[in-house]
Design a protein around this ligand. Structure first.
Ligand code: P5A
Length: 445
């Protein structure tokens, strides 16, 4: 993309309404624009990162054997009356009446709708196990939407639902989700720690939240510091293997880690004092096992091996896709702006032309640009007439992890400059070598 043809409305001023750094930087980098309280338009740069995050989530869900589909945002109130949640959900639910006077709602979650799909088609234990998921907008009429995309009213969620014959099978589905979430967050450059939590309006008492530690997080958490040394890394997991998934779950959940809802002071105090931590965290996901809560209420039954009709065991599993943008920025920025991890960066590399209009500099930038594009990468080429300082400030603000700087002086010696956004370190090298380095960096992403 050439910046002169892009739509990147960066702000010079710090918007006064934004209280936390991720919200400020998303507004300043021209990623989002507030449409109403807690409702945002995704401008091109923000939309690009959102799509990258969605893609990682899709890839990791499908790696774990989960099947994508798409359900609507608007749901019928009648389904929620069946489960008993229509009244219970309270004021967070946005209720709508259509022209025929029928009660509808903008879905805050989809347990009822997916259970209705399931019971319409599945009759036998032979069709299980089954896990379906989608990535779709949700609406929760939060009383105090704030911190930008962190606590929106309209937000994007990946929500998945498992259907299993037995509790044991459903717990494997739970473990499989936990493992796939660890992989998912690490690919985004995040450490998200699974912590015992509370079922809330979704239900069930077996649930973990995934938390990214950050001062601006809305959840209060308590944990054993040893847990922060755990990495999922590049291990290869057989998601069908009960033992493998169980052992990862045990590794990542055997140490004390709880949100304030389930915190147990006496248990916590059994950890050696120097390892006890209380901190704040951003909840980027939550997994639930709730057994037959919905299947019994909505008559989602299958025939088991003996011919009996039994309600299926279920769980649901959510990732806060739009919230993740905020969480990643909270975890990765400096005073100049965002620092995107390679896995989610909107463009792979910036190209800054120090002297637009200089025939040699223009030609060198074009060549680098086309080379990168040919390699399947997306560079952002600042081909505007802005002065060098302004170009650098914009690149730093929008946080592309790598920048190639091209100017007449360097070109006289046959070199351009390759700069890391994270370390600020620059190296001079011939243009072809800079392109090759960028290629190598992204070979694994
Ligand atoms: C699990 C999937 C559920 O709704 N039903 C379907 C279950 N879980 S949850 O924990 O309530 O939400 C899942 C994740 O969505 C994100 N989230 C939000 N993101 C932005 N703004 C909000 N107002 C908001 N509410 C929830 C969180 O990341 C949460 O973990």
């Amino acid at each position: 993309m050439r910046l002169s043809r892009y739509f990147l409305p960066v702000l010079k001023e710090t918007p006064s309404e934004a209280q936390i750094v991720s919200h400020r930087l998303m507004l300043r980098a021209g990623m989002i624009k507030q449409a109403q309280a807690g409702i945002y338009s995704w401008l091109p740069l923000g939309f690009k990162v959102l799509k990258k995050i969605e893609n990682i989530v899709h890839e990791e869900q499908q790696r774990a054997g989960h099947i994508p589909l798409l359900m609507p945002t608007l749901q019928s109130a009648d389904l929620w009356r069946e489960s008993g949640r229509y009244e219970a959900y309270g004021e967070e639910m946005l209720r709508i009446t259509d022209r025929h006077g029928r009660d509808m709602l903008y879905g805050p979650t989809n347990e009822e709708l997916i259970t209705d799909i399931f019971r319409s088609y599945v009759r036998s234990y032979k069709d299980l196990p089954l896990t379906l998921y989608h990535i779709q907008w949700k609406f929760r009429d939060e009383i105090r939407p704030r911190f930008g995309v962190m606590r929106g009213r309209e937000f994007l969620m990946k929500d998945g639902y498992n259907f299993d014959l037995t509790k044991e099978d459903a717990l494997h589905a739970y473990n499989r989700h936990l493992v796939s979430y660890l992989r998912t967050y690490e690919r985004m450059g995040l450490q998200a720690i699974p912590m015992r939590a509370d079922g809330g309006p979704i239900g069930g008492d077996y649930t973990h939240e995934f938390l990214v530690l950050a001062e601006t997080g809305e959840s209060e958490v308590f944990y054993d510091s040893e847990i922060t040394d755990l990495k999922f890394g590049t291990r290869d997991i057989d998601f069908d293997s009960v033992e493998e998934c169980q052992s990862v779950l045990e590794e990542f959940t055997s140490r004390y880690a709880r949100t304030d809802e389930t915190h147990d002071e006496a248990l916590f105090n059994q950890i050696p004092e120097e390892r006890r931590r209380s901190a704040r965290g951003i909840e980027v996901g939550q997994i639930f096992y709730f057994g037959t809560k919905y299947s019994e209420a909505m008559n989602a039954v299958v025939q088991d091996q003996s011919g009996a009709q039994v309600p299926v065991h279920m769980g649901s599993h959510g990732i806060g896709v739009s919230r993740l943008l905020g969480a990643i920025i909270e975890a990765s920025h400096d005073d100049k702006g965002i620092i995107w991890p390679e896995g989610v960066t909107p463009f792979h590399c910036g190209i800054v032309n120090l002297k637009q209009g200089d025939a040699e500099a223009d030609a060198a930038c074009e060549a680098i640009y086309l080379d990168l594009v040919k390699s399947g990468l997306e560079p952002l080429y600042d081909d505007t007439n802005e002065r060098a300082g302004g170009k650098f400030a914009t690149m730093d603000l929008i946080g592309l992890p790598w920048r190639i700087t091209v100017g007449p002086r360097g070109l006289k010696n046959g070199v351009v400059e390759l700069t890391s956004r994270r370390t600020g370190e620059s190296e001079e090298m011939p243009p072809e070598q800079a392109v090759e380095r960028i290629r190598q960096i992204y070979a694994n992403h």
